[in-house]
Design a binder for this molecule. Structure first.
Ligand SMILES: CC(C)(COP(=O)(O)OP(=O)(O)OC[C@H]1O[C@@H](n2cnc3c(N)ncnc32)[C@H](O)[C@@H]1OP(=O)(O)O)[C@@H](O)C(=O)NCCC(=O)NCCS
Length: 367
């Protein structure tokens, strides 16, 4: 039997403070109706703690779900494009907090495709016999890069974390095929500059350098083609077709991107999991959070053929075809929560709004 990586634990951490479409109407010239119709998003989360805190809690929940202790892990792999620190990595900080003393740890950045890239890495490491049990986390604190007076971008993105545990198995279940790709020539369509070394690293970042540069329409077109093509290739590699798919759990980029991509793929909407309405686009965190939601809401059954597919900055894309294992109930639960907060969303965004204000000095003040 082929040795494969199968998901045995899942968990997520959704920060408690929501930024609703009504809140956004107070910050820029937009409307709930426009946002819902064009994106499917009603609210997104603004984290009052660091992304590492979100990652840690999602990880504890996934470990309890798998019935494993931290010392059982061989590797912690974190997908993120908004790490709390570049070094030490988020993975290393989580390793320390969990007490995962036997685990190697590193971060990976493939933007919104990060979780799929991480899963591809784990698949190779499990198949080669290098690791047995791996924690993969997707986490983002994207609101830092949002200019909430720029309606073309700020409506889309949110904060959050999701985690899964992969274990080696020879049961026949697990990751069946992988497709990964990138086209760096289109990288200018989504740029997050401030985390890198480009420019003057000593002068402090300007608002223009810090906010996400995003060409929505261009990204939309590349994303629909990219996702459908990648998922089709991954299915072909697994020897399967669209009819064999029980559920597609896509990166939650935009409700319309997901619909168009599913149509191209030949999968009807009942077999596509969408939870973007309450969370927005959380980049590398979106697929592991969606896996958690899908399993907990009974949308995934034992032995199901599950397709994960994503598209993101770089540009990058990737798809995974897996057969779910024999368990959709958690072995255990972790009861911990994030530290509580009394802050309103406008309290949490105060320094953000001040920072980006100079870019809008000539515009009428927000209502
Ligand atoms: C950003 C996005 C929602 C914009 O939707 P769209 O249908 O392409 O909208 P357009 O950019 O064509 O804008 C249409 C009109 O709405 C306006 N508009 C843009 N944002 C708006 C907002 N938040 N509220 C109200 N009106 C808005 C535009 O100014 C434009 O007005 P005009 O016709 O008078 O010029 C969409 O392009 C998108 O989702 N792109 C990719 C999303 C994504 O998540 N990518 C990440 C992949 S990892």
């Amino acid at each position: 039997m082929t040795r494969r990586a199968v998901i045995t634990g899942w968990g997520r951490c959704v920060p408690p403070v929501a930024l609703t479409n009504a809140d956004l109407e107070r910050l820029c010239d937009t409307s709930d109706e426009w946002i819902v119709a064009r994106t499917g998003i009603s609210e997104r989360r603004i984290s009052h703690v660091e992304g590492t805190d979100l990652a840690e809690l999602a990880a504890r929940r996934a470990l309890a779900c798998a019935g494993l202790g931290a010392a059982d892990l061989d590797l912690i792999l974190v997908a993120t494009c908004t790490p709390e620190l570049l070094c030490p990595s988020v993975a290393a900080m989580v390793q320390h907090r969990l007490g995962a003393v036997n685990a190697a740890a590193f971060d990976l950045n493939a933007a919104c495709s990060g979780f799929v890239y991480a899963t591809a890495n784990v698949t190779g490491m499990v198949q080669s016999g290098f690791v047995e049990r791996v924690l993969v986390i997707g986490v983002e604190k994207l609101h830092v890069a949002m200019d909430y007076r720029d309606r073309s971008t700020c409506i889309l993105f949110g904060d959050g974390a999701g985690a899964v545990v992969y274990e080696a198995t020879d049961s026949g279940a697990g990751v069946l095929s992988v497709d990964l790709g990138a086209d760096g020539s289109k990288g200018g369509t989504m740029v997050l500059q401030a985390m890198g070394t480009r420019g003057d690293p000593y002068g402090g970042r300007t608002p223009e350098e810090t906010r996400l540069h995003f060409e929505g329409q261009a990204v939309f077109k590349i994303a629909v083609q990219g996702i459908a093509g990648s998922a089709t290739r991954a299915l072909e590699r697994a020897g399967l077709g669209a009819d064999d798919v029980d559920i597609v759990i896509p990166h939650q980029a935009n409700g319309r991107i997901i619909e168009s991509a599913a149509r191209r793929l030949g999968v009807d909407s009942e077999r596509v999991f969408v939870n973007i309405g309450q969370l927005g686009n959380t980049a590398a965190a979106s697929i592991p959070m969606a896996i958690s939601d899908a399993v907990d809401s009974g949308r995934v059954n034992p032995d199901d053929v599950v397709v994960l597919t994503a598209f993101g900055g770089g540009v990058t894309w990737g798809s995974i075809v897996m057969q779910w294992g024999d368990r959709t109930e958690p072995v255990g639960t972790h009861e911990g929560e994030l530290p509580p907060t009394d802050a309103t969303v406008f309290d949490l965004l105060e320094s953000n709004l001040d920072f980006y204000a100079p870019l809008h000095a000539d515009e009428p003040p927000a209502t």
